[in-house]
Design a protein around this ligand. Sequence first.
Ligand SMILES: *Cc1c(COP(=O)(O)O)cnc(C)c1O
Length: 423
Amino acid sequence: MKHLKSPVWFPYAQHKLMADPLAVTSAEGVYLTLESGEKLIDSISSWWSVIHGYNHPRITQALTDQANRLPHAMLGGLIHEPAKELAQRLVDITPDGLNHVFFSDSGSVGCEVALKMALQYWINKGNTEKKRFLALNKGYHGDTFGVMAVSNPEDDCPSMHHVFKHQLPKHIFAPEPSMGFKPDKTKLSSDIKTFKAILDAHHHEIAAFICEPIMQGAGGFNMYAPDYLATITQLCRDYDVKIIYDEVATGFGRTGTLFAAHHANTCPDIMVLGKALTAGYCGHSATLASSDIFNAFYSDNPDHALMHGPTFMGNPMACRVACTSIDLFLENHYLDKIKTIEEILKKRLLNLSHSSIRSTRVLGATGVIEVNTAADWHGIQTFAQKRGVFLRPFDRFVYTTPPYVISVTDLHQICDVICEWFS
Ligand SMILES: *Cc1c(COP(=O)(O)O)cnc(C)c1O
């Protein structure tokens, strides 16, 4: 049996079939160093998180300084500067209207908290009818039970959780938007019509709508128009349905704007941040809420309180890392760097053509190649490794979400690998 030399149980992996994982011993900038001495460009930033590259001196310094002063203190009855500062920074940089910040230790839990806030908002207001959620097909909001039930419900790939489909509560799903980022106008209006019809039929039982704005991530990298986001956000308002944006993957520049909500100039009732929030240094997330949401919990009734409290919420090291990461992002004009990455990815990937390619998409610092079947990628990981690049195909997709500090040469190297694969 493979891998039983180590007790580690790997994510999303059938141990009997999986390839040997690569042993990493250190990392610097965009490079992972393997036990063998090989250096590989990390083309996906360790699941989109390592936006400043590995081992960034400023972040590492901030982390060690904080570790020496106060590595942890719980937020139950205690408060500290790093948590206060990060909460304020997040309120300042996210769309106007989000004024309260709840910290958790992962994106999944941050989304669970968002669902819980939305559900209890209505309970606290005396409405017990609104107990279902509306979500989009092809969405992904994490792997815990609450969010599995609002992630892609379909059997087709990439469905992460279909084995549980009869075990999960039944929520309501709208078809994934089909119009693209630069919209096909006919599809845009028909997708909006479909969405409106669902609200019309079900709004009385829907507590909130949850989506990944502009770009769906692990459910298949579907990209959609700001006009669609703006319109469905307004429709939810009109129908008294709360809106949750899951920006765990799209937040901090990945789609070309600081937050994907900025493409549409919209503000949700609740927004979730994770992944790049802590730049790949540690797990943390933030669930931001409007005053309308917060005020529904603020009362003399103890039952109106939000009963949630991850042990490591607001961890001072995580908060210090996040504040330093935001400083670096703003001081170094990352949106310009992302623009350059986008231009190169567009030039290199969008026009790729091959009989097995179904579609190519680029938005911000994200490039995606979708082929007809997962088997079309068989062998690409080794192929890329021989050319100095770490790629991780999943299902029908190969994607690159590089660290924003990547050099033009290294970015071309990632594109070369993908292009050579098809030639
Ligand atoms: C990764 C991801 C999550 C889950 O975050 P974890 O930190 O892995 O729990 C939730 N939503 C989106 C959009 C994600 O990409």
